[in-house]
Design a binder for this molecule. Structure first.
Ligand code: FMN
Length: 332
């Protein structure tokens, strides 16, 4: 299956997209996912309140240097004027697509009537979309949940409104805001949305591998799948899904040698991007996710969490994998 998705002037090669995840999809992780087959990656959200952009966290989030086009930056906020200003400023700093967050249920976001909390107020949704679309010349995309709560699943209304206003593509997480992350994502509302709009729709929620991605695309008719948590510690999931969608064949799991190389390169990028102190801290989370995918790694994970220098982190990963690889070679 080759993708013919376009977002404005940008053709999206593979119909497998990395979901924005605050605290996860930083520049090193986005670049890695692109290298390993993601057709599009979306930044972590940045607040629409530009007065907060001087914080260290925002500075890292606003850094897109060296990223491959199209650079898609997500903004979150509940005030149309502020969202428009934030979109303009992000474009000035290199964003080629602006993505609007109306899909995140995090308390920090919802408390300020932003993220998925906005879905309750359709008038405000329209005002925000209009303000942002009018403020920039780049394509604007939108990420939503299926509605505010199961009783008011207004995803179709919001999707049609978004299309009319000029939104270029829509990502839909198959849960309502009230559902949090409980239960299973549902795809009926997504299928309904796909049948009612012409813009590309990306289906999101609980997609963990190639077969599930195929099923979801067949069931919903969506243009692409969007992958969040299943990519944590498994960035090669993008090539696995893209290959399966294109050929119907499964790629073999990456070898231990390849996982080691990917992890070491990722580690190096985190240390370089954030500097040693912050990089070491952030690496613990990512390495923990990689190790979760490998059997009998629990005691190493505990050891790794104690390490406090880039060099020690690098050396320990190297040694742990060497031992495993040698053990495997002896057993063969
Ligand atoms: C740690 C974490 C951070 C997230 N941050 C964002 C965010 O910044 N913006 C957003 O629109 N969604 C955010 N999400 C939601 C994801 O983009 C995605 O919709 C959700 O995880 C469901 O997809 P999945 O089942 O493939 O993980 C976040 C999810 C997680 C787990």
């Amino acid at each position: 299956m080759s993708s013919n998705i376009a977002i404005g002037p940008y053709a999206i090669g593979n119909p497998v997209i990395l979901a924005p995840m605050a605290g996860v999809t930083d520049r090193p992780f986005r670049q890695l996912c692109r290298q390993l087959g993601a057709g599009l990656v979306v930044s972590e959200m940045v607040t629409a309140d530009t007065r907060l952009w001087n914080s260290r966290k925002s500075r890292f989030r606003l850094d897109h240097s060296g990223e491959k086009a199209p650079i898609s930056v997500q903004i979150a906020g509940g005030d149309p004027e502020m969202m428009a200003a934030a979109a303009r400023e992000n474009v000035r700093r290199g964003a080629q697509i602006i993505d609007i967050n109306m899909g995140c249920p995090a308390k920090k976001v919802c408390k300020k009537a932003a993220g998925s909390a906005l879905l309750r107020d359709e008038r405000l949704v329209a005002d925000i979309l209009q303000a942002v679309v009018q403020s920039v010349s780049v394509p604007v995309t939108l990420k939503i949940r299926t509605g505010w709560c199961p009783e008011t699943r207004n995803g179709v209304t919001i999707a049609r409104m978004a299309e009319d206003i000029g939104i270029s593509a829509l990502a839909v997480h198959g849960r309502t805001r009230a559902c949090g992350y409980h239960g299973q994502a549902e795809f009926d509302t997504i299928a309904d949305i796909v049948s009612r709009v012409k813009i590309p729709v990306f289906a999101n929620g609980d997609i963990t591998g190639p077969a599930r991605a195929r099923q979801v695309l067949d069931y919903t008719g969506a243009a692409a799948v969007m992958i969040g948590r299943a990519a944590q510690g498994r960035p090669w999931i993008f090539r696995e899904i893209a290959h399966y969608l294109a050929t119907g064949e499964r790629l073999p799991e990456p070898s231990l040698e390849e996982v080691r190389d990917i992890l070491l390169a990722h580690l190096g990028e985190l240390h370089r991007f954030y500097g040693e102190v912050m990089g070491v801290r952030i690496a613990r989370k990512h390495v923990g996710w990689y190790l979760k995918t490998l059997a009998n790694s629990e005691s190493f994970r505990k050891t790794f969490l104690q390490l406090d220098s880039a060099e020690a982190q690098h050396a320990s990963v190297q040694t742990w994998f060497e031992r495993r690889i040698n053990r495997g070679a002896q057993a063969a």
